[in-house]
Design a protein around this ligand. Structure first.
Ligand code: SAM
Length: 231
């Protein structure tokens, strides 16, 4: 058994051997892809098992409903590991970078993942598409933007009652204090902030944010505004 498989077996004992094998195969594809494009700074499989896969799996217990959008999915985190483990949920992985989207699409094909669709575009524009607006039960995002900006990206995609899971580090506490106006404007509330720890001691915070009403049509604002002028 490789170090990658051993770490997943030890820290995610609920995974079957087959599921661990699928995640390992996904990492093999990411390693291959990283030789020719900028996909991840992580190179060794032990670090990847912890910082990419166990980190992505922190979200697993909180996924709700039958549809999930991962914003700024990059090489596919957390979207791909989640899609591999929850085949009954339809995932859309969104990223603005064409190369990354083509890579994720190739991965989904190589792994026979029929529950993954890849969408290339900016969140601000994608949220205006009829088939994507107010269409998801869950939205996830890791390492994409600060919380006030992320709220404007994520909330328009959710159905009312849907859940946004923001995967954050310790910076979340300060970002929460800056998010009051965004939460009010976008009709959402913080339901829980869950402290988590990865093997090795790195701390993570998951913010579970509930959409409580329809997003006003003026949101999201045009490309770049949510980042330059957060609500
Ligand atoms: N979520 C992945 C992870 O944690 O490994 C990738 C994180 S990477 C630092 C941020 C990604 O978000 C990039 O791939 C970038 O192209 C994408 N991104 C940033 N702003 C975006 C936007 N407004 N709409 C869509 N994608 C965006």
């Amino acid at each position: 058994m490789t170090a990658f498989q051993q770490i997943l077996k030890d820290y995610a004992p609920y995974l079957s051997a087959e599921q661990v094998g699928l995640l390992k195969e996904h990492w093999r594809l990411v390693e291959e892809g990283a030789k020719i494009m900028n996909l991840t700074a992580i190179r060794d499989e032990e670090a990847a098992a912890v910082k990419h896969y166990l980190d992505s799996l922190l979200v697993l217990p909180y996924l709700q409903g039958t549809s999930c959008l991962d914003i700024g999915s990059g090489a596919g985190f957390p979207g791909m590991p989640l899609a591999l483990l929850r085949p009954e949920i339809k995932f859309v992985l969104l990223d603005s970078t064409g190369k990354k989207c083509r890579f994720v699409s190739d991965c989904a094909h190589a792994l026979n993942l029929t529950n993954v669709t890849v969408y290339q575009g900016r969140a601000e524009e994608a949220a205006r598409q009829k088939q994507l607006r107010a269409a998801f039960d869950t939205v996830t995002a890791r390492a994409v933007a600060s919380l006030p900006t992320l709220l404007e990206y994520a909330l328009p995609f959710l159905k009312t009652g849907g859940l946004f899971i923001a995967m954050k580090g310790p910076a979340l506490q300060a970002e929460l204090a800056q998010s009051k106006d965004a939460l009010f404007e976008l009709k959402a509330q913080i339901e829980q902030v869950l402290p988590k720890e990865l093997p090795g001691g790195e701390r993570r915070l998951l913010a579970l944010i509930r959409k409580t009403g329809q997003t006003p049509q003026k949101y999201p604002r045009s490309v770049g505004k949510p980042e330059k002028m957060p609500l």
